[in-house]
Design a protein around this ligand. Sequence first.
Ligand SMILES: C[S@@+](CC[C@H](N)C(=O)[O-])C[C@H]1O[C@@H](n2cnc3c(N)ncnc32)[C@H](O)[C@@H]1O
Length: 266
Amino acid sequence: MKTQYEYPFYKSERGIDKSDKAIESEWNELEWFVMKSKILPQIKPGGCVVEVGGGHGRCGHTLLASFQRIIFIEPDQRRINVAKNKLSNYGGRIEYRSELAQEVNIPARTADAVFCIHVLQHVSRNVENTLLARMSDWVKPGGQLVLFVTKKNPGDYDYNIAWETETETHFSAIPEEVLSKIEGVFLKDTLLVRKVEVGKLIDRVEKQGFKHILSHAYTFAPKNILEKLWSRLLFPLPISIQHKVTSKLFGEHSQLDVALVFEKKL
Ligand SMILES: C[S@@+](CC[C@H](N)C(=O)[O-])C[C@H]1O[C@@H](n2cnc3c(N)ncnc32)[C@H](O)[C@@H]1O
């Protein structure tokens, strides 16, 4: 039986513009820079791409520039409805599957590529294992896998949680042992983010028959305090330079996310 799933609806997910024009502007500026300048140049165009946890469909437009069709998996019906509305111009090129990716039925070797953008950090390690195995099964030999995840830096707690009050969104970092005590009570209306140790994730993906091609760690500088600093500069710096400066100044700890590309071995 199909599992009902609702992704927590927290403040930063509000105010989604459903028009076609908004598609690129839905990306965080730096994240779009990473996608466009680091990831897309690695992607081999093809017939079918599977998008795991497609959300509101912000990647749809971009993926259809390289692939003939998308199998769009998104278990939250409310989110899939937004995506359908936003991507309505693409009609028959998108097949929507309103299911959890661990439950969906897709034949082996269907896809030239699988994109899974900011999904693995919202599932447990066990589910992550299942998803990696399934994604490996769906990709053809020589095909590609793209993952974006939240990065665990040295000294970081294992999880972040986000919740909202009337006026604000709050974030808090929590260790594994605290999470196990509050689970089920506190987590109902919060967004739980499991931070991922990148080297270990790469090992786990490689065990599923992939070769690691590229990792690009990046910051969310424009969205945090640094944004305020930049905006005070007389000549705001281009996003690529901001990225270099924050990485240099704050090293590992300024890199909150990572984008990874893999290729399925022949
Ligand atoms: C942070 S959002 C990212 C959405 C989209 N990939 C993007 O980058 O805009 C995470 C998405 O993963 C979906 N999701 C969570 N668990 C999932 C699972 N087990 N299988 C497929 N999708 C899942 C959620 O419903 C949500 O839409």
